[in-house]
Design a protein around this ligand. Structure first.
Ligand code: ADP
Ligand code: G6P
Length: 468
């Protein structure tokens, strides 16, 4: 088996430094645990000088060797907070209203990609398979090809890909699309994303699909496909079972005092629809006076990307909404929303999911959403909770037992909460069973192996527009 090199901007924190809140790091760590490999990425630290950012820090955890670099403040601002998170993230989540296309950030983005390519190229051996992750690193393969690297290189996008008319609002859309053609395989979460992407390539005149999933751009041929990401299903279930003995989980159970528990767990991100979710819960409280004092909605939301102005703004909005709803509905012995801004340990999280009667996962747009899958994996088979899931999450294509909602429609999402609370046990079990079977079959290892298999069977052909 060839050595696997994974490259991503974000890597999991060291084992003793808490949980990582973010699907990419969680999923890849699980996928690499057995297979092992080299994982290159950003340390999360700031380098004082450019020379300092050249120093590679190595960390070994089990089968995984991390090769990490610090980024200068300027690189973080332009590449990470700027182009990746103020241009690409909102654009690919259909939020043109929040996108900021800045020339300096764009230059920084391509510069940091060239830097990662330089660091990586020095470590590549002939048989290595390289797997690049997510929107931070789209130009990486083109940069590696320019340095003469001919290894198999795959790319997986963890977030959505919008229709062409949305993507073409990006001033540098052609340059980005061309960069994709240096990969051997480009993977998306769902078919719809892959179709949107192919349509972008075709409309931009970059080539044609020769057969389904194979694209020819100039002399170069590469594959495009959907590889829905999964979780470590069996592992997460057993963690959830054990978590029933967890002290914090027990404390939560006592404090609930027989109330129904509704749970939401998301990074503080506008794509997650947290504000809209709270408003839907407010509608539910308005329309269901009999539920007052009998339900608790716990929203666990660690801060994320706080240097990006749109995130700071949203932090204020959500805190305000939670405060206003609590002010309006609380009683001396009941608070309708418990709002917590931090990460919790995976065991605690699994235990809280298991205890919950409803999982509220209502993103406005999401590539997949692993929280939805974790919630299902954590349930008690004999008395499972109900998943209320946005139809705009990639997970909605797979989790057919969820109650699907339109997160923009607060009235009916509120109604779905009421329906979920009343749902008979038999229906809950039937819905949960079909989702759990799906998650057991298509877990994170299936995702990893099916992507790598598709990559390894793709033959190498010259890079688009390159001379080699
Ligand atoms: P995203 O990758 O956009 O953050 P996902 O739902 O796909 O969304 O993945 C989030 C991951 O981060 C999940 O594995 C989830 O358990 C974890 N996570 C999210 N919030 C927290 C939190 N407050 N504490 C611990 N882990 C969290
Ligand atoms: C999403 C993205 C990941 C990212 C994660 C956390 O899952 O797809 O690439 O790592 O969010 O965001 P952060 O900016 O903290 O890495």
């Amino acid at each position: 088996m060839s050595r696997l090199i994974v490259v991503s901007n974000r890597v999991p924190p060291p084992a003793d430094k808490g949980a990582s809140a973010g699907g990419l790091a969680v999923a890849l760590q699980a996928a690499l645990r057995d297979r092992g490999g080299l994982w290159l990425g950003w340390s999360g630290e700031t380098a004082a000088t450019e020379a300092e950012s050249e120093e590679i820090k190595t960390r070994v955890e089990g089968n995984i060797t991390f090769s990490l670099v610090d980024l200068t403040k300027r690189d973080q601002e332009e590449y990470y907070s700027g182009f990746a998170n103020r241009a690409l993230w909102p654009l690919l989540h259909y939020r043109l209203d929040l996108a900021d296309f800045d020339r300096r950030d764009t230059t920084g983005y391509f510069r940091v990609n060239a830097f990662f390519a330089r660091i990586l190229a020095a470590q590549i051996q002939p048989d290595d398979v390289i797997w690049v992750q997510d929107y931070h690193l789209i130009p990486l393969a083109a940069e590696l090809r320019a340095r003469g690297i001919t290894n198999k290189i795959g790319f997986f996008l963890h977030i959505p890909w919008p229709p062409a008319d949305v993507f073409f609002a990006m001033p540098w859309h052609r340059r980005l699309l061309e960069a994709f053609t240096s990969y051997d395989l480009v993977g998306f979460q769902i078919d719809y994303d892959a179709e949107n992407f192919v349509n972008c390539l075709v409309r931009e005149g970059l080539g044609r699909e020769t057969s389904r999933g194979t694209f020819k751009a100039g002399e170069r041929e590469f594959k495009i496909g959907a590889f829905p990401i999964g979780i470590e299903t069996a592992e997460f279930t057993s963690v959830a079972v054990e978590a029933e003995h967890n002290a914090l989980v027990k404390r939560m159970a006592v404090s609930l005092n027989n109330r129904k528990l509704i749970i939401g767990v998301d990074r503080l991100d506008y794509s997650k629809g947290i504000d809209q979710r709270m408003l839907a819960y407010e509608r539910f409280l308005e329309n269901t006076p009999s539920a007052h004092g009998k339900v608790t909605y716990l929203q666990v939301t660690p801060k994320s990307r706080s240097d990006v102005p749109e995130y700071a703004e949203m932090q204020r909005e959500i805190a305000e909404t939670a405060g206003r709803i609590n002010g309006a509905f609380s009683d001396i012995d009941w608070v309708p929303i418990r709002y917590i801004n931090r990460t919790v340990k995976r065991t605690t999280l699994a235990g809280l999911f298991r205890m919950a009667d409803i999982g509220l996962v209502t993103p406005l747009r999401d590539g997949m959403n692993l929280v939805a899958k974790e919630f299902v994996a954590a349930q008690k088979p004999e008395d499972p909770g109900v998943l209320v899931l946005s139809r705009f999450a990639g997970a909605a294509r797979e989790l057919d037992g969820a109650v699907l909602v339109n997160p923009y429609d607060m009235e009916s999402t509120g109604g779905a909460i009421a329906g979920a609370i009343e749902m008979p046990l038999e229906e809950r079990i039937a819905r949960w069973r079909s989702m759990y079977d799906q998650l057991t079959r298509y877990d994170v290892n299936y995702w990893c192996e099916s992507f790598l298999k598709a990559l390894e069977t793709q033959h190498n052909v010259p890079a688009f527009g390159s001379q080699n």
